[in-house]
Ligand binder design. Structure first.
Ligand SMILES: *[C@@H]1O[C@H](CO)[C@@H](O)[C@H](O)[C@H]1NC(C)=O
Ligand SMILES: [Zn+2]
Length: 370
């Protein structure tokens, strides 16, 4: 363990005992404790304040239910202090070596089903994680994943429930090894209020359909991996990474081995036409490996960073798992429509969905052999 990490742990436990924000000032049932940076000790906000922060494009992590001191310490550690708590460090390959297996599968990828799934996702008035339509979207997604997975009886689909009424959905292709390779996307959406229209096409219907398409191809092929492959569809991301926090806290407690978590949040709008490697709050070794895979299968990549708590990879990372985030476009030129009624089906660029579907499928095949 490096010195800065020890200091961060000390600082964090001091914060836990002495600097708990004044709970008496707010109604806890209506409030959430959020962090907007490693240094932020936490602020109690109402649900409306959370929605308004998201509408302003501000990122935060809801830590109300996070009890694990090690997770809280990591959430208080600046990204500049490289978190190598992956003491069980994974050694990733230095090249893409499974093209003969992956390429015939990539040839099966199409935008036909993704277009249909995207239409349904956008037809929900919104997919707000605490609303009836967000729950209905979860039911549709569970049924859709179950129907895709029916092509291979080895695949399981399950609901991972949370304190809010929108489960995360986990699809598993069992391998001969229980070590996990995970791809994730969130399926909730936000439009600035609990009732606002929020089609959430790029954010993150795009990640959802990309994962479903990769699943469809692998299921139809009867793909039998060495490492276990999981597809995670998180609820409550826009509420402060809630679904992924619950899932990865559970995986940490259960002692699961995660070789890789690759996040897909926004995968359908790319004026630059390149997959974008996000480099902050991620595992640098996994990111380097995933970049090798992206380059081998889709060509040159772009680079960007998105700040604290920007998406679900942060939950994997704070629970000590190697995480990477590859999006559709550098942050400055990414979709201007997200978190509004304008994040619509019509803004989706299907070549971008195709590129990400191939990337995710190639990553799953390559990493299934690590
Ligand atoms: C749920 O969707 C319906 C339309 O399908 C809409 O009228 C209603 O306002 C939505 N509810 C919320 C809480 O967003
Ligand atoms: Zn998102």
């Amino acid at each position: 363990m490096q010195l800065p990490t020890i200091l961060a742990l000390v600082a964090s436990s001091a914060w836990l005992t002495t600097a708990t924000p004044s709970i008496e000032a707010v109604d806890r049932r209506a409030a959430s404790l959020i962090k907007t940076s490693p240094e932020d000790l936490g602020t109690w906000v109402t649900e409306e304040e959370k929605l308004s922060l998201t509408a302003q494009g501000k990122h935060f992590i809801d830590i109300t239910d996070i009890q694990d001191p090690a997770v809280l310490a990591l959430l208080s550690t600046p990204d500049s202090e490289e978190v190598s708590l992956v003491a069980r460090a994974v050694t990733y390959p230095t090249s893409a070596t499974r093209q003969s297996t992956a390429n015939p599968l990539l040839a099966q990828v199409s935008t036909s089903q993704p277009q249909s799934w995207m239409q349904t996702l956008c037809n929900f008035h919104n997919r707000y994680y605490r609303g009836v339509n967000g729950t209905a979207a979860g039911t549709w997604l569970f049924n859709t994943a179950t129907s895709i997975a029916a092509a291979n009886s080895a695949i399981t689909v399950s609901k991972f429930t949370h304190s809010f009424n929108q489960p995360s959905i986990i699809v598993k292709i069992p391998g001969t090894s229980p070590s996990l390779v995970i791809v994730g996307a969130h399926y909730d959406s936000t439009g600035g209020s609990a009732t606002a229209r929020a089609p959430g096409a790029d954010d993150d219907g795009s990640g959802v359909v990309v994962l479903l398409e990769a699943l469809r191809v692998l299921a139809n092929a009867g793909y039998a991996p060495k490492n276990t492959l999981e597809f995670h569809f998180y609820g409550g991301e826009e509420g402060g990474l809630l679904g992924s926090a619950g899932v990865f806290s559970n995986y940490k407690s259960a002692g699961k081995t995660v070789l890789a978590m690759l996040n897909q949040d926004m995968a359908g709008y790319s004026p630059g036409g390149k997959i974008t490697v996000y480099t902050d709050y991620v595992d640098s070794s996994l990111t380097a490996y995933a970049k090798i895979v992206a380059t081998a299968y889709t060509g040159t990549t772009a680079t960007s960073s998105c700040g604290y708590g920007c998406s679900d990879h942060a939950s994997a990372r704070s629970n000590g798992f190697p995480a990477a985030y590859f999006g559709d476009e550098p942050i400055g030129t990414s979709s201007p429509y997200i978190h509004s009624a304008q994040d619509a089906y019509s803004t989706i660029q299907w070549p971008t969905i195709l590129r990400h579907s191939k990337f995710v499928l190639a990553f799953l095949v390559e990493a299934s052999f690590i």
